[in-house]
Design a protein. Structure first.
Lengths: 109, 573
């Protein structure tokens, strides 16, 4: 592994991607853009998991589920989440004719 | 790569029988609704699908009770279990580690007790769902309730971070959809989308924190994480930026799930917008499961990081949880005072209750009672869940007859349904925490754990937290009493008042009342049970991991001894 890209590069990249996603969630008003930002956050975590799996040393008694399998599971979950999210956005779009999260304000207090 | 995995045993599927049954039954319900019930008129179809769902819940409950019986027999009377099940099954069920599926899921008494709890609550929620028409997609609705429950049961049983994440997502994705099921109301769709966005952002934050925990410890198993962090010689939390970030991110993730201030913004909107039975299930089932797994993660896996320096504001999660608890109960109670909407008031009240429970989480990590202190939290969760299922059944009643959910809609209920009005009084008193009812003993147990500590830097602060909790209980009385005032001191409207409740609404209210009364008058059986399951729940460990890290003399050649790990007060270190 001497000539590999160092672990820290992966972590910086993941942190940057995560920050991008978080900023997107907080600043974007379009529900679909928010959904995309959430996906970026999940993928940042995936990069972390795979990098740690590649470079880390498993703890004693670490068990058979390493990070790379978790990353695969996260990809599956993310797909399910998108399916549900698009469905909900569509439901709201039919109601308000807008995908702007600020417009959905029937409840407050 | 480590190959010290436990061997996969197909009999493990027997131990998750309730979850397997419920998942399959969800498909049965969808198929039966499509094939048989769809042609009927709305009323009889709703009842038929609801009844079919209840049968499935009953089957799962029966299997959970059977597993509970087997597991308690394995502890108390092993020879009898041998005779009942035969040697091989009996020795399988009395395996001392109690972990199944490569050590990713816990089984045994704690899981069985929690499964029985979830399934009982689910039965009440399903029954409430048949009370009124809020959706045409009945098969899908009930199937989603069942699958959300599968997620809850696996979440409460998970012993490993990947399993935790999958179970958490199973639960919440089903609940996002269920919240949006009342298609005639825009606020339901809005609730679903809001819940989805807040929920998935919190999942992403949690996952990012999880990835750091995995990176720091090299494992995702709670017990192994706890061992690595507690081993010492390892870089501590002080000055450990990544460790601190991981802790905070996971706390934020759980904070969203249990609706702790400042991550509570979704809760009032979702509780108000979702159909009443779904709100009930979000407020009770998902909260119970999230808190159970939060106890496991923070006390078992991240326990060594609670307050390593023994000062409250030193590095560690204890200080943060204390601040969250104080903010959550104060904000929840003060905001609830301003509510006129019954479901919204319950939402803020459940935020406040999350605050009390967080006091318990903080207390359990420093209490001298050890893991058993978490029993107080479990007791509180049971009582809170039953009281809220009853309270949300009232919300279903309001939605059915008044098509609204203002507290004012309850006006004059004491004259039209005096018996149920008394039951609602009992539920509200239990939620306030008035003595003969169980809510009081829940609060008492949590606050006692907070005070039961050795001399340490955290003692004074937790005592103040208890004082704040008592003050908050007094504040909470004001908004719960508003419900009683509406029922007893106001006149019922001359037309369009609440009709007779019928069983779908009356049964959950009565059952909840009976439970909070019984557990209040005789609190010790439930409290003892919860204390007894708290220790194995928070110390579950794989035998092989113990062998690897503790370097015990190799006794592998001899047969594994009869179970002692579940019952003995402490695991040999």
């Amino acid at each position: 592994m001497a000539n590999d890209i160092p672990l820290s590069w992966f972590l910086y990249f993941a942190a940057a991607a995560f920050a991008t996603g978080l900023v997107g969630v907080l600043l974007r008003r379009n529900a679909i853009a928010v959904l995309m930002a959430i996906e970026i956050m999940l993928n940042a975590a995936n990069v972390n998991l795979v990098a740690f799996w590649r470079y880390g040393t498993p703890a004693p008694g670490a068990g058979p589920l390493p990070g790379v399998i978790l990353a695969l599971l996260v990809i599956t979950v993310a797909a399910a989440e998108v399916a549900v999210g698009i469905g909900l956005i569509l439901l709201c779009y039919r109601r308000w004719r807008a995908v702007d999260v600020d417009r959905y304000e029937t409840m407050s207090g | 790569m480590p190959v010290n995995a436990l061997p996969m045993d197909l009999r493990d599927f027997l131990r998750v029988a309730p979850a397997v049954l419920l998942s399959a039954w969800g498909l049965v319900v969808v198929a039966a609704d499509l094939a048989r019930y769809r042609r009927r008129d709305a009323e009889s179809r709703r009842l038929a699908v609801g009844r079919l769902t209840l049968i499935g819940v009953g089957l799962a409950l029966a299997s959970a009770v059977a597993l509970f019986g087997i597991d308690s027999l394995a502890q108390s009377d092993a020879p009898r279990l041998d005779r009942l099940l035969g040697e091989s099954f009996a020795s399988y069920f009395s395996r001392p580690d109690g972990l199944i599926f490569f050590g990713t899921l816990a089984s045994g008494l704690p899981t069985d007790v929690l499964n029985v709890l979830f399934l009982t609550l689910l039965g009440l929620v399903v029954w409430t769902s048949t009370a009124y028409a809020f959706t045409d997609d009945l098969g899908e609705y009930f199937a989603l309730l069942l699958w959300a429950t599968v997620g809850m049961m696996l979440l409460a049983a998970s012993e490993e971070l990947a399993t935790l994440f999958i179970a958490l997502e199973t639960m919440t994705i089903c609940l996002y959809l269920a919240s949006a099921f009342e298609k005639s109301k825009p606020r339901s769709a809005e609730a679903g989308l809001k819940y989805f966005i807040y929920g998935s952002v919190s999942s992403a934050l949690f996952l990012y924190g999880l990835s750091f925990v995995y990176g720091l410890t090299g494992t995702t198993y709670f017990d192994a994480i706890g061992r690595v962090l507690g081993r010492g010689g390892h870089e501590g939390l002080a000055g450990n930026l990544v460790g601190g970030a991981a802790l905070l991110l996971m706390l934020v993730g759980f904070g969203f799930k249990v609706a702790a201030v400042p991550f509570h913004m979704w809760a009032p909107d979702v509780y108000e917008g979702a159909p009443a039975p779904v709100s009930a299930w979000i407020a009770t089932g998902s909260k119970v499961a999230s808190f159970v797994v939060m106890l496991k993660v923070f006390l078992h896996a991240l326990g060594p990081w609670s307050n390593p320096s023994n000062e409250l504001m030193g590095p560690g999660w204890l200080g943060v949880v204390v601040v969250l608890a104080a903010a959550t109960m104060t904000y929840g109670n003060l905001a609830a005072l301003a509510q006129r909407n019954y479901k919204r008031m319950l939402a803020y009240s459940s935020i406040a209750h999350a605050g009390y429970i967080l006091v318990g989480v903080a207390a359990a990590s420093v209490s001298t009672a050890g893991p058993e202190a978490a029993g107080a939290v479990l007791y509180y969760l049971v009582v809170y869940a039953f009281a809220n299922v009853g309270a949300f059944a009232v919300a279903a009643w309001l939605a059915r007859d008044r098509d609204g959910d203002a507290i004012a809609d309850l006006d004059g209920l004491a004259r039209t349904s005096p018996a149920l009005a008394v039951c609602i009084v009992v539920l509200m008193l239990s939620l306030i925490g008035v003595p003969p009812f169980a809510g009081f003993f829940g609060k008492l147990a949590i606050f006692m754990e907070a005070l039961r500590q050795g001399p340490s830097g955290t003692r004074i602060v937790l005592a103040w937290l208890v004082a704040l909790g008592l003050f908050n209980s007094v504040v909470s009385a004001f908004y719960y009493v508003r419900v009683l005032k509406a029922m007893y001191l106001r006149e019922a409207p001359s037309v369009g008042g609440l009709q007779r409740a019928k069983s779908a609404i009356a049964v959950p209210i009565v059952v909840a009342t009976v439970v909070v009364t019984a557990c209040g008058i005789v609190p010790s059986p439930l409290m003892d049970l919860m204390r007894a399951i708290a220790r194995p729940m928070l110390t579950a460990t794989t035998l092989d991991a113990t062998a690897v890290t503790d370097a015990t003399p190799a006794a592998g050649a001899t047969a594994r001894p009869r179970p002692v790990a579940w019952t003995t007060p402490s695991r040999p270190e």
